[in-house]
Design a protein around this ligand. Structure first.
Ligand code: KIV
Length: 265
């Protein structure tokens, strides 16, 4: 699988699947799945590190998690592995952005994703021109959460709608291989998806995107009470983990674990 395959999938109207992943053990499971793409998202800062926004992600944090996922997927992985460029890493000039992208790519990513477009068009072009595939990310861009005033659906108003369409077109023009649309009304993502030649990958953006992405812990029911409207949970993972911990605790206290089976003679 390569970014060229993703472009072909769009042409052939084959939906693309993407799941976030932050560590080697879950990457090993994902490697055996039919999921097309893996995203080491900056959501790692919230989901794994417990911060209250993605603003706490750093280039070192991202590249460490990309390296772990790369090891878990295996060198000959069929999956496209995308690493997020964290907050501010592409807003402090070309040199700094290139250093950040280099660290993330050297850790094993096949592409980088960055949020927004206005004001960093030249950096996107330079990354693309340097042979680094870039995935755009528009709509609800969590790195701008304080400017957006919260985690809200984007593109409900005419001016926002127009701007999102322009951003998507600009990303394609700059050479991005794909665009993530986050929390956008489904008719707007239908319009954007049908007007672009590159695939759109939606999260909370309805069924008309060319692909869908979910955060692994959200889809596995491992992220507590976080249950936005767009989320479908494919496993009651939190409940299953809890039952397993309690079973272990009970067996230890009842002297049932370890039994002879788990003991060296
Ligand atoms: O960081 C992340 O997990 C993301 C997805 C929500 C697309 O950017």
């Amino acid at each position: 699988m390569s970014i060229l395959k993703l472009l072909a999938m769009k042409k052939e109207e084959q939906p693309i699947s993407m799941v976030t992943c932050y560590d080697a053990w879950s990457a090993k499971i994902l490697a055996k799945s039919s999921v097309d793409c893996v995203l080491v998202g900056d959501s790692v800062s919230m989901v794994v590190h417990g911060f209250d926004s993605t603003l706490s992600a750093t280039v070192d944090m991202m590249s460490n998690h990309v390296a772990a996922v790369t090891r878990g997927l295996g060198a000959s992985t069929e999956k496209v592995l995308v690493g997020d460029m964290p907050f501010m890493s592409f807003r402090k000039g070309k040199k700094e952005a290139m250093r950040a992208a280099e660290q993330i790519m050297r850790a094993g990513a096949h592409a980088v994703k960055l949020e927004g477009v206005w004001g960093h068009e030249k950096i996107i072009s330079h990354l693309v021109g340097s042979g680094i595939p870039v995935q755009g990310h528009i709509g609800l861009t969590p790195q701008s959460i304080h400017a957006l005033g919260g985690y809200k659906v984007q593109g409900r108003h005419e001016d926002q709608r127009e701007d999102l369409i322009k951003q998507a077109e600009q990303l394609e023009e700059l050479g991005c291989f794909s665009v993530v649309l986050e929390c956008v009304p489904k008719e707007l993502s239908r319009l954007i998806s049908s007007s672009l030649n590159i695939p759109t990958i939606g999260i909370g953006a309805g069924p008309y995107c060319d692909g869908q992405v979910l955060v692994m812990q959200d889809m596995l029911g491992l992220n507590g009470e976080f249950k936005p409207k767009f989320l479908k949970t494919y496993l009651e993972g939190g409940q299953k983990y809890l039952e397993a911990f309690n079973d272990f605790d009970k067996e230890v206290k009842a002297h049932h674990f370890p039994s002879d089976k788990e003991s060296y003679q």
